[in-house]
Design a protein around this ligand. Sequence first.
Ligand code: ADP
Ligand code: MG
Length: 269
Amino acid sequence: MSKATDARAGTGLIRVDGVTKHFRRRDAPDTVALEDCSFTVEPGKLTVLMGPSGCGKSTLAYLIAGYLPLETGRITIDGAPVRGAGPDRMLVFQETALWPWMSVVDNVMFGPLARGSMGREQARREAEELLARFGLAEFAEKYPNQLSGGMKRRAELAQALINHPKVMILDEPFRGLDVMTRELMQEYYMQLFESTRPTTLFITSELEEAIFLADRLVFMSSGPGQIVRVMEVDLPHPRTFATMETERYLDVKKSVIGTLNESGAFETT
Ligand code: ADP
Ligand code: MG
């Protein structure tokens, strides 16, 4: 395994414990974005956080990444409380994080250079390795606006992975891609995950995407955002798109939908 993509396997246990978050407003009643949310994201597993739009998924992602202050509850990574953002927790957003005025390879190198965690040569070598791995070797010197949507997402994954993060948080990274590209990216991303297994929290509002990717599925409901179910998804790895045509996948899907119906998770306010 190349050093550049070697996540710190076996570390990165995230514990979210009793987290409540209010957004205060001057002109209207406070929004209770999250209420008493508790779950864990285990090392080496892909945990999917799924729930309807507006239920508080991004708010949870920002709290875990340390971008938003935590008032009530506790969030720890390997036992240490989250205080502020850090390169050990990389958040990949649904919006592009590539700077349009920098070439693709410069974008990927930027994080470690800006922090001084790598010299130029090492950063360049690791960036090129990652881009090659993502099928972007020939696009290293291009600018983001010369890439397709799917390529931009791959470049963004490279941009996150060059930091050797302990945990990866992906907030609806494939939202807005056309259906074909999205499916290709899901399969591509699954291969990447299976080869490196970083502790991962993947956020989505799509059920099929959630089941295809998840080892563990954490389901939220809205108004206020609460965790309604945590389910283990017992589908074997490696998973490819063919997995979605297997009996086993359909059984899992039925059982997930059944469980969610029972828990009232589909009834959103
Ligand atoms: P999701 O990512 O699941 O779509 P969000 O976490 O973005 O949901 O939002 C959850 C709720 O919190 C929504 O009702 C949203 O309007 C509210 N909210 C999010 N950010 C802010 C903010 N900065 N100020 C006030 N309300 C916010
Ligand atoms: Mg969101």
